[in-house]
Design a protein around this ligand. Sequence first.
Ligand code: SF4
Length: 331
Amino acid sequence: MNRDAVIELLTAAPADELYRRADQVRHDAVGDEVHLRGLIEFSNICRNDCMYCGIRRSNRKVQRYRMDDDELVETARRAVEMGFQTIVLQSGEDMHFDQSRMCRIVERIKAMDVALTLSIGEREYSDYKAFREAGADRYLLRIETTDRDLYHRLNPGMSWERRHECLLMIRELGYELGSGIMVGQPGQSVASIADDLLYLKEIGIDMAGIGPFIPHPETPLAGEQGGTLEQALRTIAVMRLLMPDINIPATTAMESLHPQGRLMALQAGANVVMPNVTEGEYRRLYELYPGKICVNDTPIHCRTCIGLKIQSIGRTIGQGRGGHISHAKNI
Ligand code: SF4
């Protein structure tokens, strides 16, 4: 599919037909299982200042938190006891979790015999290497956009080239590589979204996280218009057509736009859900965008709720770790 064809699908093609096609491709390539990942948001401290992000460094209204190592490992243990076979550790870029601390945490969680994904931002090559050697299986780092100007406008002090380099390092180290984009960013064109999707295909990602921009009231982008549900669903669907067998999560942010947002994404090409297994007050404090769902729920409630939703559309909960089926032959 060339750039023009991607743009056509992102804009003019009848939406229902596009979603049906993507759903069929998903069914044929990866089946009807929906893989669950237990997401732990272990620190909302971040050294960066991304203009769209509710936990950006400059937002003084955020009550900051950081789990200690034992608390983090215990949260993972409870998620494993709930049946999760993949744990995702996510945080702002919090350098308290340096190489040796992170490696110790990775080793302790890997001893529970689960797949482990890290989503902790940009690090040095030696860090990525050490985490991988400690047992981390997957790494998630969204490129957000391939429009360099837009990236540098919305991510002050950061470098697109550096982020791209990080993705290449992660891939080279043999992680399953997750990346993705935010759709509906102020100033983002459809052509640039098409470029983003083609870029993700070119670098050979194993997982694509696609979510809408939702303006946060305590950020400089508070007054901007957010991304739409349709735009996000179309982008997920086209991603599936471009890369039939990768993992695509139905992101929680979709459900902040529509009560059935995750199910709609699952029926437009997605095949993964990442229920939040963070406990207590932390769920509310990790507010990347406003209107985050389930902030007052418990992990077990979320696990049960999403399980029932998945069954309601005739899909099943994935057995096993649910890695990218082509990953081994790609590296
Ligand atoms: S988007 Fe990520 S890197 Fe940027 S400020 Fe938020 S947590 Fe930090």
